[in-house]
Design a protein around this ligand. Sequence first.
Ligand SMILES: [Zn+2]
Length: 133
Amino acid sequence: MTPAAQIEKRRPLTRAEFGQLMIDQEGRCACGCGEKLQPMTEGVIDEHLRALALLGTNALENRALYRKPCARKKTDEQDTPRIAKAKAQAGETGQYARRQKRGQGSIQSRGFDKTRTKRFDGSVVARQSQETR
Ligand SMILES: [Zn+2]
């Protein structure tokens, strides 16, 4: 009933795991910006490729090293809206939850989410007309 029960707690990488990812990524940021990781100066964040809140795990396969500014960008632009959507789909928040509280009678169809559109690569983004960027 509660998907929250399956969410793992964040586990920091060991030094060996951190070193392994550094080697695997050839010392470069995992976001694709091509910049070198600078642990001593700007800082490096070990991100979860799939956020824990979206049932990602702490396993090394789900971890990647990001430059600090890139990690913040990933969290803000990808994880936060996806987590919000997952919560809405799980019935914790959003239109469905509000309708549930009001009672069964008001539910006809959830319909399609007209505020979002799917790109060819499968990612779901806000529609152009609604973009505030
Ligand atoms: Zn980057």
